[in-house]
Write a protein that binds this ligand. Structure first.
Ligand SMILES: Cc1ncc(COP(=O)(O)O)c(C=O)c1O
Length: 188
């Protein structure tokens, strides 16, 4: 049965996500801040823990099915675990997964992206949004020879010092608006 629930109602959230609460307690003993990215701790009263994702849905460890409007902050445009992507991942995983050296598929993917966007001449692949932001800042500073960057208050752009100031991250919620959020997390 599908039920519309208001997850911003704390009492409803706690009633529906009790397994997540236990896991969050355990997590705080072994993970810094109980999460591996400060934004994940921003959910009140605690983050829900995901067991799996299928198509447009997330299934939490509490057995709740949620519509996922976030979709990995963008890259999951086909939804969670689409068959065609699973097949390709399996195909490639049998060849190994870490070489520290360039591979053919990177070139093929870069060609595909460049071919689809007239404004893009070259790409640099990185492992996370934070790394992409740090790389973009370095590139812009190197090219323009300017030091300052404009950062919108309350926005999160990854665990990079320059952009954590007044970020909408968990630590910012603790009132640490003037400290880089990650520092506050380590100090608390
Ligand atoms: C706009 C923006 N930039 C950067 C990031 C950081 O991405 P990652 O967690 O992959 O480092 C995020 C993540 O929420 C983001 O929303």
């Amino acid at each position: 049965m599908t039920m519309k629930i208001k997850l911003n109602d704390i009492a409803t959230f706690k009633a529906l996500m009790s397994e997540s609460s236990k896991l969050y307690e355990e997590a705080q003993r072994v993970l810094v801040g109980g999460v591996n990215s400060p934004v994940r701790a921003a959910i009140r009263p605690y983050p829900f823990f995901v067991r799996e994702g299928r198509g447009p849905y997330l299934f939490t460890v509490d057995g709740q099915r949620l519509i996922d409007y976030v979709l990995g902050y963008g890259p999951l445009i086909l939804g969670h675990a689409p068959e065609q992507v699973i097949k390709r991942i399996i195909e490639y995983i049998y060849r190994g997964w870490l070489y520290g050296a360039p591979t053919e598929v990177e070139v093929a993917l870069a060609k595909k992206i460049v071919g689809h966007f007239p404004s893009i001449r070259k790409v640099r692949f990185v492992n996370s949004g934070g790394e992409a932001v740090a790389t973009a800042i370095r590139l812009a500073r190197g090219y323009t020879k300017r030091r300052k960057i404009l950062k919108f208050e309350g926005c999160y752009h990854g665990a990079v010092d320059y952009v954590l100031v007044k970020a909408g991250s968990a630590a910012a919620h603790f009132g640490a608006h003037h400290l880089p959020a990650f520092l506050r997390m380590w100090l608390s």
